[in-house]
Design a protein around this ligand. Sequence first.
Ligand code: ATP
Length: 527
Amino acid sequence: ADRGTDVVTFLASRRHAGVVALVDAATGRRVTFPELWRSVAGAAAALAAPPLSLRKGQVALILSPNSVHFPVAALAAMSLGAVITTANPLNTPAEIAKQVADARPAIAFTTRDLLPKLPRGAAGDGPLRVVLLESGARLPSDDPSSVVATIEEISATPPDPAARRSRDRVVTQDDPATLLYSSGTTGPSKGVVATHRSLIAMVQIIMTRFRLEGSDRTETFLCTVPMFHVYGLVAFATGLLGCGATVVVLSKYELPEMLRAINEYGVTYLPLVPPILVAMLAHPKTLPLGQLRKVLSGGAPLSKDLIEGFREKYPQVEILQGYGLTESTAIGASTDSAEESRRYGTAGLLSPNTEAKIVDPETGEALPVNRTGELWIRGPYVMKEYFKNTEATQATKTPDGWLKTGDLCYIDEDGYLFVVDRLKELIKYKGYQVPPAELEALLLTHPEIADVAVIPFPDREVGQFPMAYVVRKKGSNLSEREVMEFVAKQVAPYKKVRKVAFVTEIPKNASGKILRKDLIKLATSKL
Ligand code: ATP
């Protein structure tokens, strides 16, 4: 009864003696599994004691680029029953202040560089206590008020098994573990609460679906996707807690750095986002990829051209695809490569232990196979709720546990999921619904179009009509008229593109999602 069922205790039962747990790709510094567990236990003891005094149920903020210290901080805090919230280091101080005001963390892990981005005195109760999350950090003499310790100091604290067994500390699987904020592509970013059960389920799903388990060989993961996002957090949790894999950490993505790490450390498994695949494919040379056998693409749709191009250029590497959202603790459906080669464009099969239905967004009725509607999913990894936001929770999760994904999808007769578009991004033309992703896919088949984004353009008469922002290929003189005619010939009249503008680049976020909000602003600023 003493033993908690937090994600760390539950999953990290194998000690993996002799295996390297973490590698800092920049310095080559290695941490073995026994060293990692000792650091996590030491950090947990220090976090529980004064002056940090982190208690179960309190929130701990991590504002940091990827580093080998990030997992130590996250796992130590979670093992105490504290809830991890993370912030994107690129966010502005105002954006971070907003998140801090919402999450009310008791402590924050951050780097010296990022310290000025933290608001002062905004903690849940009392001042925000800060732990510096970097190697060789010293307590700054100019800021004695909030910085209390460094990660190296607290990791070196002797573990205190009694601290974790004391009153109020036992963590069950239904306790919240993470409070991650959604990317905010379609609306304001919201705090998503996931439990220890969700994380445990997700780690097990990823190991099974991507065949990352097995005692005969150890995988080497490269973590270049951001650990502050559910994608990166689940990636390192799977490696460290689930597989006992070596996790090589890159603080920030750059192609040459990534390639160096892949080759130098024998990386076998690489979770990434579509823009990285684009860069690997666009490179004039066939890049040396060493032991790399699997890449996972997630976070945004992957085009058929990309999959085909990549498979041709790098036949030794399987492309896996994951579909999911922050609210599903990462992955709700996924492919493995054999399936993908048979059905391009699918986001794959539903995760194990997942129920799904496709619902007509207007009538709420469940639709049959091959009909497009909103995807609802139910499974152990679905979020508990939006943080302190009953209204948003009620709009997104039904009382019996269905998560409304906000994605327009269909499921074919064999159970493969196809993502058509995001419900919130549909263009409403005279009451008809036009999925911009469909028009984008069509426009990308034009030989002179390099990239494209379709947005709703407001119009008094028809409501909205599709407008296309087009990036022409080098040397192309494609005209607006030609673009419109190209589409008009191939779609129903209500889907016609009625306005075109040429740009040199389509704005996208880090995971490759088109920033439609920015384009809509650009288009309508001239009205
Ligand atoms: P917000 O909800 O605040 O607008 P967001 O939805 O962009 O933010 P995330 O949780 O990072 O934040 O993104 C989830 C969405 O990403 C999914 O709902 C889906 O639309 C899209 N997505 C993720 N993976 C895939 C995929 N493999 N194929 C197509 N779309 C995907």
